[in-house]
Design a protein around this ligand. Structure first.
Ligand code: PLP
Length: 476
């Protein structure tokens, strides 16, 4: 079993990093322990875990960090950033796909399985009660994090995709009818397009795209003119995973409400980058995934306004979501349990709390300012690469740079960079309409997180210069 005080090297055969890290990148820790790991798990008697049962993780959190933010402090907590890839310390610029995990989360997951693992709710024994408290603690942490009025407004899901499908299949089936319209911006991820197409087809409603402007912004004039009393729902990203665009969601929501439409906000890319307050936004639904927020995979959340959730029928049927079952009658559990059929990713929910604690332990303003400065630095540096073009240039954007490089297939760019230990993504980024806006089917994407550094950006840019120089040398 991989335990928190197992050396990171154990996961790839114990090889030591083959090359010294570039300037500005943390020196790998001596093998044998994750940096700062408490090492308290293996061999300790199975006590109710302090790391789990306390409020904030004792391994990090505002109480110990005091809100100070530096990328170096953040890096100290991320063991995987010390592993080599192709002989070089990994440079993780694929944060839009998934963020890397702080040891506080890793340790909580291991600690949960080592000391508290149980199924939840209705348990008559100690571990069931502890696991239930931890799971519900995860829900409460999400509610706090999103500024939701209560934990009961938070449904725990497998992630953003499941959250949106849940709304489409319950709210959508109950509220959409022939001729109704769902406005969906053209910058959405497929998970905020396809569930609407599926339910629209079934209910004979229509999905209407909200067009984009040349800079990747959502065309607000077109949006205003598309809204009508046929509009039942507006589905909009809080931040685009391809263009980085941060649309004016609060204003768009207020406008939609004038027509009596509901608004679902896809927060998958937003939550790691800036503070979110669902009540200030006025959103009817807000969805995100833990793994893009420094948390575990396979878990996420859906916020819904209390009155909206209360009126929604259940989706999947099974254990956990019922009150009484007989063959001729069934009654359902109250919200939010009504929407959580079966055994969920309990450990994942437990691990989501330290992820939120970790992120919120840093000063928000400082993180946002740092990411914005790093984005500007990176954009300027990328502009020096011959033939490179960045898509998405709205003034309000998260640190996502999707680009094309003349003469190079995006997949070849990603493979080239991988040889230097640099991870970026190439392809359609599950948002084909937003790429087609630029006449493209595929592009490369570097996406930054709070632990990335200017030195890492320099490495990226140097490798891209080399690629272009090599192409020129070959007459390409
Ligand atoms: N929405 C956006 C904007 C995304 O970037 C992603 C994932 O990349 C998703 C939704 C889907 O997230 P998940 O696969 O975690 O459900």
């Amino acid at each position: 079993m991989t335990t928190p005080d197992m050396a990171p090297g154990a996961l790839w055969g114990g090889r030591a990093p083959a090359a010294p890290p570039p300037t500005g990148v943390l020196t790998p820790q001596p093998s044998g322990a994750l940096p700062g790991a408490s090492g308290s798990l293996p061999g300790t008697p199975p006590q109710p875990p302090a790391a789990l049962t306390g409020g904030r993780s004792p391994l990090g959190g505002a109480a110990t960090r005091g809100g100070r933010f530096t990328p170096e402090a953040a890096r100290q907590d991320i063991p995987i950033l010390q592993r080599p890839v192709n002989g070089r310390p990994v440079i993780w610029l694929d944060n839009g796909a998934t963020t890397q995990t702080p040891r506080q989360v890793i340790e909580t997951l291991a600690s949960y399985y080592a000391t508290a693992n149980s199924n939840i709710h209705r348990g008559a024994h100690t571990l069931a009660r502890e696991a239930t408290d931890l799971y519900e603690g995860g829900r409460a942490a999400v509610a706090d994090f999103l500024g939701a009025p209560s934990p009961d407004t938070v449904v725990l899901t497998r992630g953003t995709t499941e959250a949106i499908n849940l709304v489409a299949q319950t709210w959508g089936r109950a509220n959409l009818g022939p001729g109704d319209e769902i406005l969906v911006s053209a910058l959405e991820h497929h998970s905020n397009i396809v569930p609407w197409q599926m339910i629209a087809k079934e209910r004979r409603a229509r999905v209407v795209p909200i067009p984009l402007l040349p800079d990747g912004g959502v065309d607000q004039e077109a949006y205003a003119s598309l809204l009508s009393h046929r509009t039942q729902l507006v589905a909009i990203s809080h931040a685009s995973n391809v263009l980085g665009t941060v649309p004016p969601v609060r204003e768009m929501t207020a406008l939609a409400h004038r027509y009596g439409a509901r608004v679902l906000v896809d927060g998958a890319q937003a939550v790691a980058h800036f503070p979110v307050d669902v009540q200030q936004l006025g959103a009817d639904f807000y969805a995100f995934s833990a793994h893009k927020l420094y948390g575990p995979t396979g878990v996420g959340a859906l916020y819904g306004k209390p009155e909206v959730l209360a009126a929604m029928p259940p989706w999947q049927g099974g254990g956990n979501m019922i009150d009484k079952v007989d063959f001729d009658h069934v009654t359902f559990a109250p919200v939010p349990h009504r929407f959580e059929a079966g055994t969920g990713h309990i450990a994942g929910v437990v691990g989501l709390k330290p992820a939120i604690d970790w992120l919120t332990s840093f000063d928000h303003e400082a993180v946002a300012a740092y990411e914005s400065a790093l984005l500007h630095y990176a954009e300027q540096a990328l502009a020096t690469v011959p033939g490179l073009e960045v898509l998405g240039t709205t003034p309000d954007k998260i640190a996502v740079m999707t680009f094309t490089l003349a003469g190079n297939d995006p997949m070849d760019i990603a493979r080239w960079l991988d040889q230097a230990g640099i991870a970026i993504r190439a392809g359609h980024h599950c948002a084909q309409p937003s790429l087609r806006h630029y006449g493209l089917e595929s592009a490369a994407r570097a996406s930054l997180a709070l632990y990335n550094t200017a030195e890492e950006v320099d490495e990226l840019v140097a490798a891209l210069h080399q690629l272009q120089a090599q192409g020129a040398g070959h007459g390409g």
